[in-house]
Write a protein that binds this ligand. Structure first.
Ligand SMILES: Cc1cc2nc3c(=O)[nH]c(=O)nc-3n(C[C@H](O)[C@H](O)[C@H](O)COP(=O)(O)OP(=O)(O)OC[C@H]3O[C@@H](n4cnc5c(N)ncnc54)[C@H](O)[C@@H]3O)c2cc1C
Ligand code: SF4
Length: 522
């Protein structure tokens, strides 16, 4: 059903209504519908498929991303990429797949009371997701962009490895961020959402959940209230829908889910709804290489290094993971420093450009408290994420590490993505330039594609919003299954963590709602 096509208001009902069809919502829909439950999925984005994916940035960003890929934190210090289409972020992500690191799980067990989340207990859920989504180490040769990272690691003796990807029959095109045109990427759009629909689930697209209403006496959510959106996917048509359901599953992403709760006025005991939102803020360093790199060509991320994750304690100065981003002209134009002729000169050398990224692990250091989701006057969400000294120190340290690595890999010129950065032609010069850069929002270009937290799990309602199965501590017919449940950042690209946690939460929910038709779970 397409919300844009509805000529009347709708009144619907279901056993379970799922808000959002991304990583968490897709998995939950498949697991719950397989248990025989009547599932209705609500998605504010439109339904697009491989024939719509034309390797075009200009087409993909407005159609497939939140705020046309121009979402930013309140002070504009960090640009945020999130999906907004059937399949959510999984349609546009870069396919890198990591299990939740053991030290993150241990931290959650010791610091957040999540005793059930041992590596051993989580293993079966990771294995299920890996099997379902074809997640396996990438067997092809890394593209030239990734080989720069590998070469730098080898030259400096840094531990590095190949990345696992959720693909089947990948054509190695490199346009994952614009939607996979070959259906090789095992996103929710081509796996769990169709799997759920085959089992009888229904999908209502261009349907934005405004709020949830409650039966306060019974501490239960009674229905979801929805604005139907026109074909542009943004403007309300004026038509409304309501869905009455025995159980509500929130999976609108780590900004969208707290926003639904805030718009509904549904607080939690700890006052943590929409708080402690983490981003893995990403600092970037670009380099001009003597060889052609063609950073737009080939599987985008196939090599990583966790060396700098382990050079300090987990709760010490922020650790960072090194990877490379694919580089396409439109996003490069708004991210790379300089304007006019200076930037045009750089972009003329596009085929020789390389970039390394450092994904900073936020949420463990006591001063790394993340951001907070707020509502604008029209009810749309915005994320305030203050940039403090702990973060800036990590950014500068990561620029230094990346510059050293890029020169070790043979770079002729290196520049961190900062408006004031002059290009350096040697590692010695880079050290001087990076050491003197003012660390301020808007001058340093920081980005994020990993939004996590804001509805944190804890064993204690005084310290978290949901329990380890995503069950809300106050509203017992409400379960959260997206990236918002994580109490800190993951410390690795989060999609596989979300799949596994959503699968575990949904399997337990299926057991509770349909015990006769669901496999037992421990
Ligand atoms: C460009 C890009 C590259 C990435 N690369 C990787 C990668 O390589 N590896 C990795 O692990 N992760 C990657 N990620 C991150 C990963 O895709 C996300 O962490 C993951 O998709 C988040 O899952 P989620 O369920 O929390 O939310 P999402 O997947 O974002 O899904 C939320 C859905 O809810 C919908 N929604 C929001 N509000 C409402 C509402 N009120 N009503 C109805 N629907 C609503 C949204 O439109 C969206 O479709 C990338 C993300 C991006 C954007
Ligand atoms: S690299 Fe593979 S997964 Fe990505 S868009 Fe190309 S074919 Fe699809």
């Amino acid at each position: 059903m397409d919300g844009a096509a509805q000529r009347e208001d709708l009144r619907l009902s279901a056993d379970v209504v799922i808000v959002g069809s991304g990583a968490g919502g897709g998995i939950a829909a498949e697991v719950l519908s397989q248990a025989g439950l009547d599932v209705l999925i609500l998605e504010e984005g439109g339904l697009r498929s491989s024939s719509d994916f034309r390797l075009s940035e200009a087409k993909a960003y407005p159609e497939l991303y939140q705020e046309s890929a121009a979402r930013q934190t309140v002070d504009k210090g960090i640009s945020i990429l999130q999906g907004r289409t059937v399949g959510g972020g999984t349609v546009v992500n870069w396919t890198s797949s990591f299990r939740t690191p053991a030290d993150t799980l241990n931290w959650w067990r010791t610091e957040h009371g999540l005793a059930a989340l041992s590596e051993e207990a989580m293993r079966p859920w990771f294995e299920k997701a890996e099997r379902r989504l074809g997640i396996a180490p990438w067997q092809g040769e890394p593209n030239a962009n990734n080989l720069v990272l590998e070469r730098g690691c080898l030259a400096l003796g840094l531990r590095h490895a190949r990345i696992s990807r959720n693909v089947r029959g990948c054509w190695n095109l490199g346009y994952c961020g614009m939607g996979c045109p070959t259906n090789a990427k095992q996103s929710m759009l081509v796996t769990s959402i169709p799997g759920a629909l085959e089992k009888g689930a229904r999908l209502l697209t261009r349907a934005r959940v405004d709020s949830l209403s409650v039966d306060a006496g019974r501490q239960r959510i009674s229905e979801a209230r929805i604005s139907l959106l026109s074909a542009d996917g943004l403007t309300p048509t004026g038509r409304k829908a309501t869905v009455a359901a025995a159980h509500v599953v929130l999976a609108a992403g780590a900004i969208g889910t707290p926003a639904v709760m805030l718009r509904s006025g549904l607080a939690d005991h700890a006052g943590l709804t929409g708080k402690r939102t983490f981003l893995h803020p990403v600092a970037l360093s670009a380099a001009l290489m003597p060889e052609r790199v063609e950073p737009f060509n080939g599987a985008p991320q196939t090599v990583y290094s966790d060396h700098y994750m382990h050079t300090q304690p987990l709760d010490g100065p922020l650790g960072f993971k090194l990877e490379v981003p694919p580089i396409h002209p439109l996003l490069a134009g708004v991210t790379f420093p300089g304007m006019g002729e200076a930037q045009a000169g750089l972009l003329r050398r596009f085929p020789n450009l390389h970039a390394t990224l450092a994904l900073l692990r936020d949420g463990f250091h006591k001063e790394s408290r993340g951001g907070a989701v707020q509502l604008r006057a029209d009810g749309s969400p915005a994320l305030a994420y203050p940039l403090n000294d702990v973060l800036w120190e990590g950014v500068r340290r990561s620029w230094l590490a990346m510059a050293e690595l890029q020169f070790a890999a043979g770079a002729k010129m290196v520049f961190p993505l900062h408006e004031r950065a002059r290009p350096a032609t040697s590692w010695k010069q880079a050290r001087e330039i990076i050491g003197g850069l003012p660390l301020e929002p808007l001058r340093a270009k920081l980005v994020s594609a990993h939004v996590m937290g804001g509805m944190a799990m804890s064993d204690d309602p005084a310290r978290g919003v949901v329990d380890d199965l995503g069950r809300h501590w106050s509203w017992r017919n409400l379960t959260v299954v997206d990236g918002s449940v994580f109490p800190t950042s993951i410390g690795a690209n989060p999609q596989l963590s979300i799949y596994a946690f959503a699968w575990r939460a949904a399997a337990h929910l299926a057991q509770a709602l349909a015990p006769r038709s669901s496999p037992s779970v421990s």
